[in-house]
Design a protein around this ligand. Structure first.
Ligand SMILES: Cc1cc2nc3c(=O)[nH]c(=O)nc-3n(C[C@H](O)[C@H](O)[C@H](O)COP(=O)(O)OP(=O)(O)OC[C@H]3O[C@@H](n4cnc5c(N)ncnc54)[C@H](O)[C@@H]3O)c2cc1C
Ligand code: FES
Length: 284
């Protein structure tokens, strides 16, 4: 993990309210693994005070401009504008200075290559699944089930298709793909192939429904949680979630930024996960 003072290479709106930012990020090709994240801060302003966490969508190289300029190693993040931090981010341009702390956290375990892999993404939850897909397609059959409220929430699916991933899209309003919830598609797929391994990231109600379906078929599941985070490095305990076997007499907490954000389903206390609020809520 390093703190890089670096610059933005590009920042473009890819769908209404969704932006894709490319950031100069030396060494990330070597350091970053699928499911890890970065803490992002704009350099020229104190507000927002706290860094904001974003999953790493992709790591790559830009070709050298000329002999004197070496090729540039970059990461891409994709973010949805939801509040003060992301509102500032959407105004940033090529060359703007930012700070990047990362790569952080524990990512996905790739598991048995013989097993079929099913990735389930809800909206912006698709982000940490791309690097995972890049790795999994080398050894396994991979399907992506992607869900959103409307067609505007369905982003970058064609990039997964270019990797050789079989994709299924569903939207709640039926504006793209099958009408309904992505969890209904998962139910159908697991009924046909319960021996698959499932990897999911998205809003908590979706993750909770995915867990119930996978438990019903005894299918292995890893989830990437987007708990509220303040420091991202295990110092503030603002991101703890309750672990399996937690009770008031014997509390078991897991630090989402250091022990996660990816967890195996059996590590978590699902009865308490959905109602859980962050311990820390006071800072901006
Ligand atoms: C490990 C991790 C990876 C993430 N990856 C991505 C990503 O790839 N792309 C992306 O767009 N977002 C991602 N997020 C969520 C992102 O960090 C928040 O959307 C961002 O911090 C909001 O900052 P803001 O200042 O714009 O909004 P704020 O003003 O801080 O908050 C605006 C609203 O969003 C809610 N909110 C803030 N953070 C979260 C969160 N983590 N989960 C649910 N609701 C939240 C707040 O409660 C509030 O209602 C990730 C979060 C985590 C923990
Ligand atoms: S965000 Fe501070 S400990 Fe996890």
């Amino acid at each position: 993990m390093k703190n890089h003072k670096t610059i933005i290479l590009s920042n473009q709106e890819i769908a209404p309210g969704y932006y894709r930012m490319r950031i100069l990020a030396p060494e990330y090709q070597q350091l970053a693994t699928p499911g890890q994240f970065v803490m992002f801060r704009v350099q020229h302003t104190f507000l927002p005070l706290l860094r904001r966490p974003f999953g790493i969508f992709r790591v790559g190289f830009m070709p050298a401009d000329c002999d004197a300029m070496p090729e540039k190693e970059f990461i891409e993040i994709i973010y949805k504008v939801v509040g003060s931090g992301t509102e500032i981010m959407q105004e940033l341009h090529q060359g703007d200075r930012i700070e990047l702390l990362g790569p952080l956290g524990r990512g996905f375990e790739t598991g048995d290559p013989a097993e079929e892999k099913i990735l389930v993404g809800g909206g912006i939850g698709l982000v940490p699944l791309y690097m995972l897909a890049e790795k999994l397609v080398q050894t396994s059959k991979v399907r992506l089930l992607m869900g959103g409220r409307t067609r505007d929430d369905i982003i970058t699916v064609t990039e997964f298709e270019r990797l050789g991933v079989e994709t299924y899209v569903s939207t709640e309003d039926g504006s793209l793909g099958e009408q309904g919830l992505v969890t209904s598609v998962l139910e159908q797929k697991l009924a046909a192939q319960p021996k698959a391994a499932v990897f999911a990231c998205g809003p908590m109600p979706m993750i909770d429904a995915v867990q119930k379906i996978c438990a019903g078929y005894s299918t292995s599941l890893q989830v990437s949680l987007e708990a509220l985070m303040a420091c991202g490095v295990g110092a503030c305990l603002g991101c703890v979630v309750k672990g399996a076997g937690h009770s008031d007499a014997e509390p078991r907490y897991l630090c989402s930024c250091k022990q996660g954000p990816v967890f195996r389903a059996e590590q978590l206390d699902w009865s308490r996960l959905e109602q859980q609020d962050s311990v820390c809520g006071g800072c901006d």
